[in-house]
Ligand binder design. Sequence first.
Ligand code: UDP
Ligand code: MG
Length: 312
Amino acid sequence: MISIVLPAYSEEDNIRPLCREIIAYLEESSGFEIIFVDDGSRDLTYERIEELARIDARVKGIRLSRNFGHQTALLAGLNEAAGEVVIMMDADGQHPPSMIPRLIEKLDEGFDVVNTTRIDARGTGLFKRISSRWFYRVFNTLSDTRIEPASADFRIMNRKALDAFLTIEEHDRFTRGLVSWMGFRQTHLPYQAEKRISGRSKYSLKRMRLFAFDGVTSFSSKPLRISMILGLATILGGFVYMIYAVVMYLQGHTNPGWTSLLITVLLIGGIQLFSIGILGEYLGRIFHEAKRRPHYFIEKRTSKPGSQGSKR
Ligand code: UDP
Ligand code: MG
């Protein structure tokens, strides 16, 4: 059986056409379930899911108690999946269901995970393209875990990989990094990104920034090392300057010194604050993880839980 997991946040007009299209591509397969996760939508997304679930028992839905964010909604859906194989994709139509047969085919070649990378076409804005390119460049420089540029949370996994993925307990989840970090036999396929069926992107600039920060801080501690190197460089520079200052003093040149003093104070102050900021960023994440709160709560579901649902 194949489970398709789709996190949806206020996608009321996309659920129905997308669901129909997915079913068309899966009709021949032996068995499937489509699991929509309503991530605390503010529109009729859950009602749309319920309607579909009433007429087709293969469609299921859960509603989270509030908006927990894309990555957590994805986890909630994966926890529900009962299939031997699971496909995760967006609920806005940007991940074309026409890729599904090819994903399955590739998995059957003996891979455990088949990821996808976006070929930028009409679907992606210029800003997203540029910021994404830079993000992966920085991420791959800083982290030992490599992610293919333009990766998407559109992938297929077998049960073995999924079970491994579900044992990861991190809260600030950066799925594409975690999947890459897991190992197993992985490959990737390119896909043409489509335009959203309707509505607008839920990833605001602020969310993209948070997503990028989560990605870097959960996969690399190099920023901490960089702040230490900056500190060392400052000490070195300070030492050289100290010698210069002492020599000047011994030669009797007492400089007015305002400019150099100001520059030194500002520079050192800046580096200190910057380093403390980086430290705080990691500390905040440790604090967040240390509380060990549940990842999400399920408010209601369209059918009796087949699997046990949220494990934590
Ligand atoms: N999404 C979600 N919770 C959120 C934000 C987004 O479940 O808090 C879902 C959204 O409904 C969509 C997917 O995550 O199915 C990707 O989001 P979106 O299309 O807004 O991002 P983009 O494609 O612009 O990167
Ligand atoms: Mg989208």
